[in-house]
Design a protein around this ligand. Structure first.
Ligand code: NAD
Length: 463
């Protein structure tokens, strides 16, 4: 099956970027439209006009985020913070041995030479550090999900309002040129009336299931385990909890907070939705029984009520960490006349408007009538519908994909810096970040408490 798809895409001129995503077409007439990044040259900044950054949490995404942020004109690194000495040492080797480094993020927040912090810690630290940072006058790029618990959301929103600092959440796809084009097409009515969203983010590897590599030198001496725990329940030193924190509810938010949040961020951005009002979900631990207390197979149904931006629709989200089909990341936004099928920085538009006339024949009751009745039926039908009314106007698929090498994270950081420097509206402000995170956390509530969760995304409340 996969090979056939691959051949198809090759025939279409498909690239690995397209193959890497879930968005697929088997329409051999499909047209490809390449989306280009902005050609505007970036402004240059003098030595006194830099935005000085610190990264708090220099783990995997800390490197990705920092390296990307430093590609933006006028960005400069001022300090690093982490709880494992090996990562501090690696940071010094990479960014310079004189860089200010600490295990205590509060030392960074006290520094006058730091304008903005990137919060790349485990989820249970996000809201606390974000609030403290804004109160100390720092702008914040906070990794997703913005909060670990629903109760934490409004205080982040309030702290941002009170301080006026920029807080952008890190689900980078909302800055993607592909998502902007999908939004434009959605708003122009390409898919007709939205009725359903089917989103999957399936994986098939130990790394994909969060079993990240453990450093052989991990010890209580070179890891500040108590600080890592923070307000989480006290447990003895455990490098597995430290390096594979996603597997434990005390620090992570499971599959929904890790992955659904990207799917919902994209969906809310495209549709302008504030979020679902009803969430019910099921989860099971099917395969990765390594001591984790979160499921590796999760399905959720979310009901989105009609708003002035969209009709009522259902979103079905699903993650399978032991997906023998090989894994897939796909969000299908389905309407009465078509579908936008999104991978990551690419998507396929399929359009299939219903004909005006109802169809007959095939698996239908017509042949069960007497011959005279069938003839009379056809006569009346012919009198009522023109040839055009009966035509299926299936249109050729169109593949939209970002140009090769396109990096949505870079655009997300450019947007962050534009908000800091020029006051440009934040693409993913705390309200947006919370509205993407809360239904994911509600998914966990639904799974663990076996109940339907009602959420008010306008007033940010469980109801
Ligand atoms: N936007 C994305 O695409 C994306 C991708 C991956 C991860 N993330 C998010 O980034 C965050 C980090 O994920 P990761 O995979 O890099 O985890 P990681 O375990 O690799 O890194 C986390 C780092 O935070 C440090 N840390 C923990 N508590 C700290 C504290 N109180 N102060 C300072 N440092 C602290 C740890 O020492 C560790 O090095 C998560 O919230 C995750 O959801 C986002």
């Amino acid at each position: 099956m996969k090979n056939t798809r691959r051949k198809f895409l090759k025939a279409l001129g498909g690239t690995s970027a397209l193959l890497a995503s879930g968005a697929l077409t088997n329409d051999s007439n499909a047209k490809i439209i390449e989306l280009k990044s902005s050609a505007e040259p970036e402004k240059q900044y003098g030595a006194n006009d830099k935005v000085r950054l610190a990264v708090i949490g220099l783990g995997i995404i800390g490197h990705y985020d920092l390296d990307t942020a430093l590609k933006v004109q006028g960005a400069e690194l001022g300090a690093i913070c982490d709880l494992y000495d090996g990562r501090i040492e690696q940071g010094k080797r990479k960014y310079g041995k004189n860089i200010f480094a600490t295990r205590d993020y509060r030392e960074i927040l006290e520094r006058k030479d730091i304008d903005a912090v990137l919060i790349c810690t485990p989820d249970h630290w996000h809201s606390q550090i974000a609030i403290e940072a804004m109160n100390k006058g720092k702008h914040v790029y906070c990794e997703k999900p913005m909060v670990h618990k629903i109760e934490q959301g409004t205080s982040v929103i309030e702290a941002q309002k009170k301080t006026g600092k920029v807080l952008q959440v890190g689900s980078q796809r909302t800055s993607s040129i592909a998502m902007a084009e999908a939004k434009r097409l959605y708003e122009s009515g390409t898919i007709g009336q939205l009725n359903m969203v089917m989103a999957t983010y399936n994986r098939h590897s130990s790394g994909g299931a969060w079993q990240y590599s453990l450093p052989p030198d991990a010890s209580p001496q070179n890891i500040d385990f108590d600080r890592f725990l923070g307000n989480a329940p006290k447990v003895g030193f455990d490098p597995i909890r430290f390096f594979r924190w996603r597997n434990y509810r005390d620090y992570g938010t499971g599959v929904p907070g890790d992955l659904f949040v990207h799917l919902l961020s994209g969906l809310h951005y495209i549709t302008g939705s504030l979020g679902p009002t009803k969430i019910f979900a099921s989860g099971q631990l099917a395969y990765w029984k390594d001591g984790r207390d979160v499921p590796d197979v999760v399905s959720a149904i979310m009901e989105y009520p009609a708003t002035d931006k969209h009709p009522a629709f259902q979103a079905v989200l699903q993650v399978n960490f032991v997906d023998g089909s090989g894994g897939q990341n796909q969000t299908q936004i389905i309407g009465s006349e078509g579908m936008i099928d999104i991978g990551w920085n690419d998507f396929v538009v399929k359009r299939n408007p219903l004909p005006k006339a109802p169809d007959f024949g095939g698996y239908d009751s017509l042949f069960t009538f007497t011959e005279e009745t069938q003839k009379e039926f056809v006569k009346q039908y012919d009198a009522k519908y023109t040839k055009e009314d009966r035509e299926w106007k299936k249109l050729d698929d169109i593949i939209y994909r970002a140009e090769k090498g396109y990096d949505d994270r870079l655009d997300h950081f450019k947007n962050f810096f534009a908000s800091i420097r020029e006051g440009k509206p934040t693409v993913q402000d705390p309200a947006f970040g919370f509205r993407a995170a809360a239904p994911c956390l509600a998914t966990n509530l639904s799974i663990f408490e076996q109940k339907i969760v009602n959420w008010d995304p306008v007033n940010f409340k469980l109801t």
